[in-house]
Write a protein that binds this ligand. Structure first.
Ligand code: DGL
Length: 352
């Protein structure tokens, strides 16, 4: 009996390449974007249709990734990321959560549009309980373009997701050889391949399939987060909207968002999150009506100081610290799934 079993085990093992046992298992979750785009000609680097190429074609176009890991693909969505709503964001999070809970999955790559990849990455860093690498990757040029950046970005993202050194680093965005932290990376150039930056710098860089690390995230994420996708029901988060600060503002946008049901409004203020004196009364009325005011800034670097030019303690307002308006919107929506208390919400903005 024992001899039969040994023979069977040996013959089965010969069917599976030994190399497969040595490699981690990485799942690529495709959602659309330019990395799956198609242009009319190879010289169309910015004129194309996003979200056209299916995941299997993306993977087959870079066969070298199979040397890095046992890679499989899932087509979760096929949309341009500016069109992602709470429904798609929650669906991506639930699918990624299911994948990382599988012992057979060692890492996840998500192909995504560049326009809102920073929001998706930040959301996943707040709601997924795992220390497995989750790497979002995109491209600024479609695969049909000369010097397309997608294939090498995808190769590098798979290398990162397959790397044991990436465990516990949090959710990352891999773009243009850069390894960026979900919480502080942002799309800062809208037409070049070096589009993504962080004012606190990259976590590291990845070259020829090998990651090199230079810093870690100082804030809470994934297993250290108080949020969990499994505790979020339905297809919508509490409604939060953003108003962009400028000169000669009107209060109408804030009031329209309140009427639409916003539970918090991110004021993307000038300078250090400044509020025009003729807008302050409207924001104070909204705060009194139960709409949480959160001051962020339209300025890309630095962070909003509490009680600097605005008496936040007196008004009951929250400051977004270094989170840009679109990241502040994500954290505010999650905070509101747990509390409406301004002091508690402010704590969350200090900690995440
Ligand atoms: N429509 C944009 C998006 O899907 C294209 C930008 C890109 O993916 O690079 O985010």
């Amino acid at each position: 009996m024992k001899k039969t079993f040994t023979t069977l085990a040996l013959s089965l093992s010969l069917l599976i390449p030994i190399s497969s046992f040595a490699k981690n298992n990485v799942v690529v979750v495709a959602t659309g974007g330019t990395i799956a785009g198609a242009g009319a000609s190879s010289t169309n680097s910015a004129t194309y249709t996003a979200a056209k190429v299916p995941v299997d074609d993306l993977l087959n176009a870079v066969p070298q990734i199979q040397n890095l890991a046992n890679v499989t693909g899932v087509q979760a969505l096929q949309i341009a990321s500016e069109s992602i709503t709470d429904k798609e964001l929650l669906s991506i999070a639930r699918q990624v959560n299911d994948l990382v809970k599988k012992p057979s999955v060692n890492g996840v790559v998500i192909t995504h549009g560049t326009d809102t990849v920073e929001e998706t990455a930040f959301f996943l860093s707040l709601v997924i309980k795992t220390d497995k690498p989750i790497v979002l990757v995109a491209s600024m040029r479609p695969p049909s373009a000369l010097s397309a950046d997608g294939p090498l970005n995808l190769y590098s993202a798979v290398a990162l997701a397959a790397s044991d050194s990436a465990k516990g680093k949090g959710v990352m965005i891999l773009m243009n050889d850069g390894i960026f932290a979900a919480r502080d990376v942002t799309k800062s150039i809208n037409i070049h391949t070096n589009a993504f930056t962080s004012q606190w710098g990259a976590l590291g860089t990845l070259v020829e399939g090998k990651p090199y690390w230079f810093r870690n995230v100082a804030k809470r994420f994934n297993n250290a987060s108080e949020f969990n996708i499994e505790n979020i029901k339905g297809d919508a988060l509490p409604l939060v909207q953003i108003v962009y600060g400028s000169t000669n503002m009107l209060p109408d946008a804030y009031l329209a968002y309140q009427k639409a049901g916003a539970k918090a409004i991110i004021h993307a203020g000038t300078g250090n999150g400044s509020v025009a004196k003729y807008i302050v009364p409207t924001l104070n009325q909204l705060q009194a009506d139960g709409v949480q005011i959160i001051r962020s800034s339209r300025v890309p670097h630095g962070f909003v100081l509490r009680n600097a030019e605005q008496p936040d303690d007196k008004y009951g307002w929250v400051v977004a610290h270094d989170l840009n308006p679109q990241k502040a919107k994500i954290l505010a929506a999650l905070a509101l799934t747990k509390t409406k208390d301004a002091k508690e919400i402010q704590r969350m903005f200090w900690e995440y």
